[in-house]
Design a protein around this ligand. Sequence first.
Ligand SMILES: NC(=O)N[C@@H](CC(=O)O)C(=O)O
Ligand SMILES: [Zn+2]
Ligand SMILES: [Zn+2]
Length: 426
Amino acid sequence: MRVLIKNGHVLDPATGVDGICDVLTEDQRIIGVKEHIEEQADRVIDAKGCYVMPGFIDLHVHLRDPGLEYKETLETGGKAAAHGGVTTVCAMPNTKPVIDTKERVEDVHTRAKEDSPVHVIQLGAVTVGQAGEELADIEGMAEAGCHAISEDGKSVMNASLYREGMRRAAASGIAVFAHCEDIHMVEGGVMNADQKAEALGLKGITNAVEDVIVARDILLAKETGVQLHLCHCSTADSVRMVAEAKKDGLPVTAEVCPHHFIMTTDDITEDDGNFKMNPPLRSKADVEALREGLKNDIMDVIATDHAPHAEQEKDKSMKDAAFGIVGLETSAALTYTELVETGVLTPMQMAEKMSYNPAKILGLSEEKGSISEGKIADIVVFDPSKEYEIDKHTFFSKGKNTPFHGRKVKGEVRCTIVDGVPVYEG
Ligand SMILES: NC(=O)N[C@@H](CC(=O)O)C(=O)O
Ligand SMILES: [Zn+2]
Ligand SMILES: [Zn+2]
């Protein structure tokens, strides 16, 4: 199959191409990027007025499959990804059972090929059952193509065990994606520790809950040489420590989620479970530091931490609701509206943080994260002029748990192409 994308504004961080070009794909690959391609194609997509970017690669997604299919499945999560311009997702292993063996990684990969319209990379857990007691089959999972291990949902609190896990990940050539949270310091907290929490009568989570583990994990990366990627950074001190680590030449990268660079604790208008996520919404100073970190390329990646839950798990007080919000279908529009329109990021930086940098972290930049000849034809056509209100009822995800319902945004995914085949068209 041949697809010709005409007259779009191509943004390619890998080659620096930043201008109006046509893009031609044949079967799985991109075979041409230049002005005025006039060749025959099975499909011609008019991208006038749109950005044409490498398909987004979301390093942090919860697909809930196996075992929690009432929240999401490979199919619904995959369709949500396609709707959001995401062509590759990394699925976190905190499923039922936990993905902690080679066979379980292979099982998800096999089923995802059938069920999901986008590429799924299943990440393996660090410890067996995420119980924090013994290391999982890291080598086997690496062989099965997991690209990274992660204990997401929690931290490996035993630093000695984690260090050994990092050594084994490094020896297997894969990264460690770290959720940073000292569980002993949480003390029942459900939102940021501040006056808002006091006013709502809710227990707080301090910044140090995250920061002490960020510090520890950077030191462990220094000692083991593992490629460390810090998930969902939410504090100003996290940014400061990532900057220091980079200055020291350590193999550390970091991600920020849209909710953390947009909302503060002041946006929590009532005790509503849709404002509950881990880490929590922080202060204005933290949000500013995260934006500054993204702008200065201290923070490498925008990922969603797409965490779907059923309505009955979220439609209650923050005290009792599950942690997490969905993000796959809102992240491009939120990023464009809040960071690009406002001049915090250039459009090219958006493509970098949502596609090219994630591809590099996964060791896939030879194949993905770029719109250039020979690369896999994973592409998103994004219309930056389209204005609308986010409506959770339009989501393909089973999860409707978002605090952004009704928010005005600019920027809509027009078409998502995976392996040279349009899998979503708006
Ligand atoms: N972020 C969340 O609030 N929840 C995630 C777990 C996680 O990412 O830590 C989930 O699995 O629901
Ligand atoms: Zn997490
Ligand atoms: Zn997560």
